[in-house]
Design a protein around this ligand. Structure first.
Ligand SMILES: NC(=O)c1ccc[n+]([C@@H]2O[C@H](COP(=O)([O-])OP(=O)(O)OC[C@H]3O[C@@H](n4cnc5c(N)ncnc54)[C@H](O)[C@@H]3O)[C@@H](O)[C@H]2O)c1
Length: 322
């Protein structure tokens, strides 16, 4: 575990193991929305660990302030800035940009990662306000951030825009979450349309791509409670195998390494994207368990195969010529 004492539930960065140099992003400044938790936190810490300055934009003030403190302490330099931001608010995003430019002078990398993961119901069973909020974070929020940070990238002919989305087509029955998928579809439409607006990287200097996470969470099977006793007349529930479930997950630090590897290859990915698992493969990254995992008692849970993930992703296209 990291030597920094924190409530953020972090582990050691994986940059060295993934072959990413500690100065690979020296001189770059990145904004990570939703950067105070799980995947975004892994991205922000990894970027700072590879020499970048990072701006963390998140609704959660307590975790955001702690993220700033931890990143500065880990790196022994004043390289992190937290700005409390509701990404759906134009005023908040303008304030985020003002604070980022004031401290670091420019922004080179925009990672649109924020989402409210509880907006995950079915259309027929959810209040319409859930769908509004899903679109607001994933569509409006992404567009607001792009409008603040991309003009500077255009001036300097240097920049990368990326975002986190995997279920952006329609909700597969295995995973569900129609309201969530609709928001991710909005993000995909906004970001990939901007890729098209910007055109080839050789002209704009700006690369745009999607990084699709899958099963990212630090999961401690030993802390999971036993199943509740069955109600009278109900059969006993099968015991959920949390150990097997934990094996399916990858950590925020591993995904941070995958993001940095992808950022280093952003020009090749422009107008399209890549799945975390395929990035791990490209890095020659050792998986703890590369085989599909069946979970006794919960057959609906298993690691998605790369092919399935690719099918989720396949309609995004081959990317634009750079
Ligand atoms: N975890 C996975 O396996 C997985 C898989 C596929 C895609 N994703 C995507 O990756 C991203 C990160 O996922 P995660 O698991 O780390 O989620 P998370 O819930 O742990 O973190 C999301 C962060 O976004 C912040 N946030 C929520 N609403 C916000 C708003 N309006 N403005 C600013 N910040 C806001 C939250 O405070 C939180 O810190 C999400 O976009 C998610 O859809 C995750």
């Amino acid at each position: 575990m990291s030597t920094v004492n924190t409530f953020l539930n972090i582990g050691e960065l994986e940059l060295q193991r993934a072959g990413i140099k500690s100065d690979a992003f020296k001189g770059e400044t990145a904004v990570v929305t939703g950067g105070a938790s799980n995947i975004g936190l892994g991205y922000a810490r990894s970027l700072a660990g590879a020499g970048a300055n990072v701006v963390i934009a998140d609704l959660n003030a307590e975790a955001g302030a702690e993220t700033q403190r931890v990143i500065n302490e880990e790196n022994g330099r004043d390289c992190a800035l937290f700005v409390k931001t509701d990404i759906t608010s134009e005023a908040d995003v303008k304030n985020l940009a003002a604070k980022a430019f004031e401290k670091f002078g420019k922004v080179d990398i925009l990672i649109n990662n924020a989402m409210n993961m509880r907006l995950n119901g079915k259309i027929l069973e959810s209040p319409i306000s859930d769908l509004d909020q899903s679109y607001a974070i994933s569509g409006r929020g992404v567009a607001l951030a792009i409008k603040e940070f991309v003009p500077g990238m255009q001036q300097r002919k240097h920049g990368i825009i990326t975002y986190s989305a995997t279920q952006f087509h329609y909700a597969p029955p295995m995973v569900g979450g129609t309201v969530y998928c609709a928001g991710k579809a909005a993000a995909t439409s906004v970001v990939m349309s901007v890729a098209n607006e910007l055109g080839p990287v050789k002209d704009s200097g700006i690369s745009v791509f999607c990084l699709c996470p899958a099963g990212v969470m630090r999961f401690d099977a030993s802390k999971m409670p036993p199943p509740p006793p069955p109600k009278p007349g109900e059969p006993e529930r099968p015991k959920f195998d949390f150990e097997a479930f934990a094996k399916m997950m990858t950590t925020p630090e591993q995904n941070g390494a995958a993001m940095l590897f992808s950022l280093l290859h952003a020009e090749e990915l422009h107008g399209s994207g890549v799945i975390h698992n395929d990035v791990f493969k490209a890095m020659g990254y050792p998986f703890s368990d590369p085989k599909p995992v069946e979970i006794p008692g919960a057959p609906q849970f298993r690691r998605l195969t790369d092919q399935e993930l690719t099918m989720v992703f396949c309609e995004m296209g081959d990317g634009f010529a750079s």
